[in-house]
Design a protein around this ligand. Sequence first.
Ligand SMILES: [Zn+2]
Length: 243
Amino acid sequence: MSIIIEPIPFYETNYAWLVVGKTNKAIVIDPGDANPIMKTLNEKKLLLQVILITHFHNDHIGGVRTLKNTFGCQVIGPLKEADKIGVLDVKVGDKDLLDFDGLGLGQAEVICTPGHTLGSICYYLPKFRMLFTGDTVFSLGCGRLFEGTYLQMFNSLQKLASYPDDTNIYCAHEYTLDNGRFAETLPTRNDLLKERMAEVIYERQNNRPTLPISLSVEKQTNPFLMAKTLELFTALRKAKDHF
Ligand SMILES: [Zn+2]
């Protein structure tokens, strides 16, 4: 049995990511709604073992209590938002390592990425080069600054960009088409963006996710990752807020 990694869509644009190694025990990232997750777990005859949370927003944690009551799973999330989330069994911070060897998934590294919220974190699974970015990086875009500063978000994006090029990023929202429309108006637009957008339009027309996407492609197409200075990043983020 090989690894399962797939998005469970809910609400308008959210994805909770389902990860299963060589067992019937699953990890779910950011379960904002319990129902679609229960349905998927039942269909696949999986037991939920671990919930990973990237930040406290309700569309990322709304399903946690129900899932925990049903499966008795372990809930892991950002130490800095523990009070806001309320149901964390394990509170994690920058560079903490989580051991999912028993699930066939190796380790997960916690990366603090403040900006969208002050306590936002991402999870990196080196064994499979998987990076779960929550609302920090989206394909062709980045999260809005609800709590953090432009400098914090700029640093967080640069930090994520330093991971291996063949890392795949798994974002918590399907915003790629809208983000791409903005990216197409900028001087950074290039042939690779054109190719990516053709693929994105095709996938969305067929109601399929545009994720994951490799960090390498993002580093060459995502204007927020391509911004080399804080000034440029700030101008881009402001422009996107009014796009
Ligand atoms: Zn959010």
